[in-house]
Write a protein that binds this ligand. Structure first.
Ligand SMILES: [Zn+2]
Length: 245
């Protein structure tokens, strides 16, 4: 293919834009902010589970406390009733029986009081665990919001830069003859990156292969308007004063 030597030079600027666009796309995919958002979401899920567990524990203890309080009431009522019967003139035999029962009720009462104390301690621990989990969850939510804001800001920067480079690329592409541009785009698709590379100091800057002897001589002797291709990577080789020819 033949193309104006000057038009061929434009392909280097086009390739530079494609490299910049590829780097921006890569940056958008591998932003550390993306991982930070994911980590914050994961932390939040774990802490939300902790809150649910702690709330369940507190609710269970509440239920147990109500049950114990009801038991204490029952024992107290029993004691009062027995005492009233003793005071109200029961027979000696009945009094002996009632006193036995009162003793057993007192033991039961003291047992229940121990259980209430133990329950209060467990409740204190559960309340503290709930407060810690809730605090942790609030912190994780704030972390996630911050991480999302940072991610969005980074993505917005990338989007800005991308549209700037796309505009520049379109501007350059608009000045390249269509058959040369078509070739460039086809090669770019094949290489997965750029369609042209600088031949610099006898080396293809696209694939880094160095040319010697007859190969270099072929490039040297080629007409400036002939479109050269790298034999290794297929890119259009753009020549200028730095090409080492
Ligand atoms: Zn090459």
């Amino acid at each position: 293919m033949q193309a104006d030597h000057f038009d061929q030079q434009k392909l280097l600027a086009l390739a530079a834009e494609d490299v910049a666009l590829a780097q921006l796309a890569h940056r958008a995919r591998t932003l550390p902010e993306l991982a930070a958002v994911e980590a914050a979401q994961e932390a939040q899920r774990t802490l939300a589970d902790d809150v649910v567990r702690a709330e369940t524990e507190v609710r269970d203890l509440d239920r147990e406390q109500k049950r114990l309080e009801a038991d204490v009431d029952t024992v107290r009522q029993r004691e009062a009733r027995d005492q009233a019967r003793i005071d109200g003139g029961a027979t000696a035999k009945e009094i002996t029986g009632l006193q036995h029962e009162l003793e057993s009720l007192k033991r039961r009462q003291s047992d229940l009081e121990d259980q209430v104390l133990e329950l209060m301690e467990r409740r204190e621990t559960a309340d503290a665990a709930l407060a810690t989990a809730q605090g942790g969850l609030a912190g994780a939510q704030a972390d996630q919001e911050r991480a999302e804001q940072q991610r969005d800001a980074a993505l917005a920067d990338i989007a800005d830069a991308t549209s700037r480079h796309q505009a520049t690329r379109a501007e350059i592409a608009g000045t390249v003859p269509s058959d040369l541009l078509k070739l460039y785009d086809r090669v770019a698709q094949q290489t997965g990156s750029t369609g042209a590379a600088h031949l610099r100091a006898g080396r293809c800057e696209g694939c880094r292969i160095e040319f010697y002897g007859t190969e270099l001589a072929t490039y040297r002797n080629a007409d400036p308007h002939t479109v050269l291709r790298c034999e290794n990577c297929g890119r259009i080789l753009v020549r200028n004063a730095e090409s080492g020819l």
